[in-house]
Design a protein around this ligand. Sequence first.
Ligand code: FE2
Length: 256
Amino acid sequence: MNFDKLIYELNDIDEILIDEIKNRLHDYNFCIIRGLLDPKLIKIAIDSKLSDYVKNNTDSSTTGENPSEIRNIFMKMSIGNARHGGVIRPRFKRVIYNPMNRTNTFGLDFVFERLAQVRNVLSNKDKNFAIYKIEEGLWTAARIHQFPVGGGFMTLHKDTVLPNILKDKKFSGSFFQPLALLTQKFEDFEKGGGIALINKDIVEYENFATRGDIVIYDSNSIHGVQDIDTHLKFEQRSIKGRISGLATLYEMRNDS
Ligand SMILES: [Fe+2]
């Protein structure tokens, strides 16, 4: 298929034509917004602050964190079937939570702010809804997903957990999951990467996407990450691999 029609180019978030995006999601369950994030700034942040952080800190376990921990900088490996989320969703990745508290720890807050704004605009919410404060009992879980070289992956799935929470909370908007591509295939990794079911085909969309693209999924999108560079050795204290940024609405839990 011609992948150009999956890509929506834009220079300014205020120019988003929501119906354009929704039409593409309706037709393909997938869409890319290009032009809102500077790939050079992303690369600088990853190669310096994020790389140093991963090198000099340790990973927490896959399960067992306290809800309050992920509202601070918190890094863990996420490995296994992940039944704890209520569904079976095999994966091998690292997650680094990056709270929106204006400290800009990794130099990537501009990415998370923009992602959250795209999420909000598509959901017909105020552009800055729940980014820097809790609103409707929701907060922005800004976080980095690293799928390391040596086999990082995420099985194909639909995002079901959060849409159900939003439904339960009678959230007045609809669910969209924008994610930012923070690495470049064939530069930062060679094989694998983001995949989505588009017109009944599993498409490795990072073959035509670029660093700084914002990928949009909705609650019907089937997506995952194909094994990253299994021909290379996994090195736990390395940032090498495929990296994405997310700014998902999470429910505020008080059991902390
Ligand atoms: Fe997902």
